[in-house]
Design a protein around this ligand. Structure first.
Ligand code: FAD
Length: 517
């Protein structure tokens, strides 16, 4: 069918999903003059970047994401200047503590020398090694982030990084491609406890410490701690979404909630709109989806993409599930280790072999006896999130996506771990909210099986394989369909680069901006 002039002038675009990627994509498209509607399954926008009143009145809990090292490092977020919308970052100095069962802990501070001192106390020699590493790479942290988050191939940032690092580039590439366990044992000369301290950060992604590629996650997060820190918004993650919504509204973006997209409509070899679950059809020349691979496959009519690509999306591997607990506490957690009482984040899990056992059990489909738990103590730094003198506790552990146990039993495993490192924890609890993997997926169908990352970050699902060479740069073989979100390079976390890059690809195709996507 010949494309008519009016068709070429059709400015309607639908963005599927009102998470950070969807909102950022919509903002860029609207700024270029397109007529953008964001369709959102949930009753409220924000996706995995929201706050909720999950426990008791006056307590504000981060529903999914809790910390924002990638957000503040991301060029896509920085350029939007969310601070001018009223967002205020809180940047704890004591960033993370990793306690051990003997009551000691190693802590991560924004200040390198305090971190070096803590590592030296835990394992003589480890701090000195850490200082050498961070002094070498910290000046390049921004370039490293841009190389990781940019569309593939990241030529400009990659070349700049290689020029700055020279021979060290190969060393860094080797360590990042390997496991975080190998990275730590290499840097710390075989010392296990500092390696456990480093590995805890890679486990945010759900990767076991021995998995190839976990080196990149763990190191990047800890490097960012020494660069921009692990900040979070005063008042909760919702503030990020609210700031994005305010900008989107000014640009004329329409956001419709309770609007579950069931199918992408295709005619004559290109997208013509979407159909909602209730049967309503919304015409649009272009469609950008931000949802993860397997629900995307289910939305495509037969023949819309080559079979091999649809199969790739359908068999996309999701990782373990985040089992989420939020607490309202009447006082701070009584951690045995003083370092854990001061830190914004606590990695509960103990020794390296225990972290590995927890991750491997969950990946095999077994409930870990001693789960590795990510804890957030926001109210130590942000009293606005709880009534005076009281506290929230943010908590998740990686569990199998399906298990034969009650939610109470799974929560019990996590609470046993907390009692191990903080005897008397149970006595501080006034209220508790549990979110199991099935609830997480029902609330946000993109988080399949409760996987927080939109698919495992093992190496065969990274870079051009996220999710496939034909899709990793946001275009697809179907005219008018663009993809982004956590299943597409550069993957998850609240950083919005995929949303920006997808918008740029679409705008370049429509010759609306001289951007190179
Ligand atoms: C428990 C947990 C902890 C996390 N911790 C952190 C953290 O501390 N820091 C960090 O940076 N990242 C963290 N993340 C990851 C981060 O939140 C996500 O990677 C990021 O928010 C993804 O943004 P997105 O816009 O791609 O997708 P999402 O935010 O998931 O948005 C996708 C949207 O699409 C909607 N949707 C799905 N299907 C449809 C449909 N058919 N029709 C219409 N709408 C649909 C969903 O409801 C959702 O609103 C965490 C995630 C989880 C789950």
């Amino acid at each position: 069918m010949p494309v008519s002039v009016s068709y070429r002038r059709d400015r309607r675009v639908v963005v599927v999903g009102a998470g950070s990627n969807g909102l950022i994509c919509a903002i860029h498209l609207a700024r270029a003059g397109l007529d953008v509607t964001v369709l959102e399954h949930a009753p409220r926008p924000g996706g995995a970047s929201r706050s909720v009143a999950a426990t008791l009145p006056g307590f504000v809990h981060d529903h999914c994401a809790g910390f924002n090292p990638m957000t503040v490092a991301s060029p896509a977020m920085r350029e939007l200047e969310l601070e001018t919308e009223g967002l205020r970052w809180i940047r704890p100095e004591a960033i993370m503590a990793h306690p051990f069962a003997d009551g000691t802990a190693i802590s991560l501070h924004h200040d390198l020398e305090r971190t070096v001192a803590s590592l030296e106390r835990g394992s003589p020699g480890a701090g000195v090694a850490w200082r050498g590493l961070i002094e070498r790479y910290r000046p390049l942290a921004d370039r490293l982030v841009e190389a990781i988050l940019s569309p593939l191939p990241p030529v400009r940032h990659g070349v700049a990084l290689a020029a700055a690092l020279r021979r060290d580039m190969l060393l860094l590439a080797r360590r990042m491609a390997g496991s975080i366990e190998a990275f730590g044992l290499d840097v710390f000369d075989g010392a296990s406890r500092p390696t456990a301290w480093l590995s805890g950060s890679a486990q945010h992604s759900g990767l076991a410490p021995s998995t190839a590629g976990s080196g990149a996650f763990g190191f990047l997060l800890v490097l960012l701690a020494h660069a921009g820190g692990w900040p979070f918004p005063e008042g909760g993650q919702q503030r990020i979404t609210d700031a994005l919504l305010a900008i989107a509204a000014r640009e004329g973006v329409t956001v419709r909630c309770d609007a579950h997209v069931e199918q992408i409509l295709v005619r004559a070899g290109r997208t013509v709109g979407v159909a909602l679950r209730d049967g309503e059809e919304l015409p649009a020349r272009d469609v950008v989806t931000t949802i993860s691979a397997s629900p995307l496959a289910a939305m495509l009519p037969a023949g819309a993409l080559p079979d091999r690509l649809v199969r790739r999306l359908r068999i996309w591997r999701y990782s373990t599930a985040a089992f989420k607990l939020d607490y309202a506490l009447d006082r701070p957690v009584p951690w045995t280790a003083a370092e854990a009482r001061e830190a914004a984040v606590v990695h509960v899990g103990g020794e390296l072999r225990e972290l590995a056992a927890a991750a491997e059990a969950a990946q095999r489909g077994d409930l870990p006896e001693r789960p590795a738990v990510v804890i957030g103590q926001h109210t130590q730094f942000d009293p606005s999130r709880a009534p005076a003198g009281q506290h929230t506790l943010y908590c998740y552990a990686h569990m199998p996506r399906r298990y034969n146990a009650s939610d109470q039993d799974v929560a019990g495993l996590i609470e046993d771990q907390l009692e191990r490192f903080a005897p008397g924890f149970a006595g501080t609890v006034k209220g508790r909210a549990i979110r199991n993997p099935a609830q997480t997926e029902a609330e946000n169908p993109s988080l399949v099986g409760g996987d927080l990352g939109g698919g495992t970050y093992e190496l065969d699902q990274q870079l051009v394989f996220r999710p496939a060479p034909e899709l990793c740069r946001h275009r697809t073989p179907l005219k008018g369909l663009y993809v982004t979100g956590a299943s597409v390079h550069p993957g998850g976390s609240v950083q919005g680069m995929g949303g920006r890059s997808a918008a740029r690809a679409l705008l370049a195709d429509r010759r609306l901006r001289p951007w190179r996507a």
